[in-house]
Design a protein around this ligand. Sequence first.
Ligand SMILES: [Zn+2]
Length: 213
Amino acid sequence: MSFSIWNHFTKDSSSRKVTCNLCSSSFGYTRGSLFGANLKHHLESDHGEDRFVDIDDEISRLVSVDSSTQRFVDRPEFHALFPPFTRIPTRHHLMRNVMPSRVESLRQNIRERLTDQRVSLCIDQWTIKGGRMTLSCFNANFINEKGELENLHIPVSPLDGRPAADKLRSQIDDVIEKYQLEVVAVVSDSSSSLRNAVKDTLFIQMQQGHNTL
Ligand SMILES: [Zn+2]
């Protein structure tokens, strides 16, 4: 159930009854009955489905700026912040459906803005201490229709282990294919994996140095 039923009902364990806070109807319950579903049915049929408010968008925006907030959504204390008839997504629904569709719509937005653009890719990589994971940052720079320089961040997943030319090369190929990019230059630092990954591309060295998180 994607909202807290206990915002709408009061439970009395001694009489094994729950009372609707909106109309004072009482319901008996026995162990193993489809209790939650019956109460939800009561709310929807007697108090109107159209009163429910979906907040999937708002929650997904919150999670996209701070992923730790996804842990709140199933907590009763979080549910208590919202007025009755707010349909708060469960964590499962949030991570399985809401966030993936948000990511896809952001990707679609990036794709549309990059259509028919000749871009310069700015790539940098950071290795987590101990070489467990490598994070890549891809920025696409291009001149838009108004003649202005635009800078778009392209989201990519972390890579397992230390930086390696073949892994980075397939990540670059993946980005080029997904976003239909026409890459005219790659800008980066002097790391050997980056150099080897893009050696058949125009390569501009930006700075010296090695990055470790
Ligand atoms: Zn009622």
